[in-house]
Write a protein that binds this ligand. Structure first.
Ligand code: HEM
Length: 402
């Protein structure tokens, strides 16, 4: 373990990468007012009980922390909605974002990967994140939605503005006294909303063969999605559709650099790529923590949590719980089964998991084919994202053979 921490200069904030953690499975943090859940069985049970553990975390935030003007709405923001609305909405959006649509993307993902790697070869360097892991999923999701992929510098600016923050919000302090610039925090959100609202309105006027059109036309049992829900779902896709898969690709290459014997194995047998991807999701869990709020007093992991409390479910830590995963700090794609919680579990299980897995598999197949070895550059080390609730590299320079 020491090698990973030393080799890649992993910050203390990403504590789950620093070796085994001691302490209770569920723990209250008096400085933030948040209950942290670290244990696998506890997180597993919580995700299976949406009636007690609501996804609507906004309702327990201090007043004033979220904007309450008309322009800002979380309606249709799937990850924040509870049953029964969640089921209805999920059915509607699933009817537009089907497995078939995703599976059909394979040739395009492969062609894009080759194009991006060709361009990097011409430049004579390969910084995996900038050259492949970031642009690939963004172009794929932009093309799928039907927004110009040439606007991707804009998407990156928004995503960085929303995610690359290392400020901690406290539930105990009023919004006014917190050291968080709320205007700045929500500015990218507002820009994204306006941008996607313009595109959605355009699709209503002039339908095209894209996901945005399918969303404005989606109809389940005579019900259609209102405009703000179409826009918010498109935002979820645009954000979730790239930042997480970017992390998955970077993390997988990093893991194969850190564990060269596993790189040799997967080179010898490409059919193990999906297992490598699953182990990468467990080992470097991209969404390290998920939010929930209690709807009633509940006992879990030896703790009694009152109603209306905010919980952070540390998937990255649960995925290293030795009660579930023997030798959790070893990267072992041979784990079978590998029931990691990187995509969540239950009714909110990641809707984009098939796309993330497909992009991961295709990109890794091509990377292994084209590069005789995937090695980081010791003179130009990988840099992790500073966000404490995410595990992912934002720079990953690789050594390229002449
Ligand atoms: C939900 C992780 C890629 C779309 C989730 C959740 C997790 C997750 C943990 C559950 C959140 C919760 O329960 O609170 C990931 C990871 C990804 C990834 C690790 C890549 C490695 C994607 C992609 C898309 C996507 C590519 C779409 C293009 C969604 C959506 C939901 C979701 C729409 C909400 C589902 C619901 O609430 O019913 N994702 N995701 N994700 N993800 Fe992903």
């Amino acid at each position: 373990m020491a090698t990973i921490v030393e080799r890649y200069d992993i910050s203390k904030q990403h504590f789950w990468l620093h070796g085994p953690r001691s302490g209770p499975a569920v723990e209250f943090d008096p400085t933030t007012g948040i209950w942290n859940v670290y244990g696998y069985p506890e997180m597993h049970d919580i995700l299976g009980d949406p009636a007690t553990f609501s996804s609507d975390t906004m309702r327990v935030l201090p007043k004033g922390l979220m904007p309450d003007d008309e322009e800002f709405s979380l309606s249709g923001f799937l990850t924040q909605i509870d049953p029964p609305e969640h089921g209805k909405l999920r059915k509607l959006v699933s009817s537009a974002f089907t497995r078939r649509i995703v599976a059909d993307l394979e040739p395009r993902i492969a062609a894009l990967t080759h194009e991006l790697l060709d361009a990097a070869r011409e430049r004579g360097r390969l910084e995996l994140v900038t050259d492949l892991a970031y642009p690939l999923p963004v172009i794929v999701i932009a093309e799928l939605l039907g927004v110009p992929s040439s606007d991707r510098a804009l998407f990156k600016q928004w995503a960085d503005g929303l995610f690359e923050r290392d400020q901690k919000i406290s539930l105990k302090e009023p919004a006014e006294t917190q050291d968080v610039d709320l205007q700045a925090a929500f500015a990218p959100w507002r820009e994204m909303t306006r941008y996607l609202a313009d595109h959605a309105a355009e699709r209503r006027r002039r339908p095209r063969a894209d996901l945005l059109t399918k969303l404005v036309e989606a109809d389940v049992d005579g019900e259609r999605l209102p405009d703000d829900q179409v826009v918010n779902f498109a935002i979820v896709l645009l954000l979730a559709g790239h930042i997480t898969t970017t992390m998955l690709l970077g993390n997988t290459v990093l893991a194969l650099d850190a564990f060269p014997e596993q790189q040799e194995r997967v080179r010898a047998d490409r059919s193990t790529i999906p297992a490598v991807i699953e182990e990468s999701l467990r080992f470097f869990t991209p969404f390290a923590a998920l939010g929930r709020s209690t709807t009633r007093e509940v006992e879990i992991g030896g703790a009694t949590i009152p109603a209306d409390q905010m919980l952070l479910l540390w998937a990255a830590v649960a995925n290293r719980d030795p009660r579930q995963f023997p030798d959790p700090d070893v990267f072992d794609p041979g784990r079978d089964p590998n029931p990691h919680l990187a995509f969540g579990r239950g009714i909110h299980f990641c809707l984009g998991a098939p796309l993330a897995r497909l992009e991961g598999r295709v990109a890794m197949e091509i990377l292994l084919d084209r590069l005789p070895s995937l090695r980081t550059d010791p003179g130009d080390p990988a840099v992790f994202m500073p966000t404490p609730t995410m595990t992912g590299v934002r720079r990953l320079p690789l050594v390229v053979q002449p």
